[in-house]
Design a binder for this molecule. Structure first.
Ligand SMILES: [Zn+2]
Ligand SMILES: [Zn+2]
Length: 149
């Protein structure tokens, strides 16, 4: 897969720049993270899934490796107010998407809209503000949760 090769390259470049070695454990975490079903994994999720076939990988290693993926632009770090950090792969360079978070079942839905970007720029202009990043999180109840109430 082309995307995977590109991600590997980005990682290798970053590791070289930071004088870090490419380790077997890091490669295992790489494969697991980028093929993990469903997005927005916590360190614990990934730890439990990696541990099944590679029990020598510690929690701290997973944590550090995910931070590393974030630092080299391969992963987003998300915080949906649950007191734990989630990570998700960046699909392509410059990608931006936002989230709807169900506080009933924890389901996370992604969305993208040009309008928000447009209005953000308008608000920034009005306030003579230079926006470098933004995030939007909508909290509430999904339709399944509303039905079960
Ligand atoms: Zn729900
Ligand atoms: Zn997402």
């Amino acid at each position: 897969m082309k995307l995977k090769a590109e991600r590997k390259k980005t990682l290798q470049k970053y590791l070289a720049k930071e004088h870090l070695k490419s380790t077997k454990q890091r490669n295992i975490i790489f494969d697991e993270f980028f093929s993990y079903p469903g997005h927005h994994v916590t360190v614990k999720d990934l730890y439990e899934s990696v541990r099944k076939y590679c029990p020598e990988i510690g929690y701290a290693t997973i944590y550090r490796t995910l931070k590393l993926f974030k630092d080299c632009g391969l992963a987003f770090e998300r915080n949906f107010g649950e007191g734990r950090t989630r990570y998700e792969p960046v699909k392509f360079e410059g990608e931006h998407h936002d989230h709807l978070i169900c506080i009933g079942c924890g389901e996370i839905t992604e969305f993208e809209t040009q309008q928000i970007e447009y209005y953000s720029q308008e608000i920034a202009k009005l306030n003579d503000f230079d926006v470098t990043n933004y995030k939007l999180e909508l909290y509430g109840y999904c339709s399944a949760c509303r039905k079960n109430k």
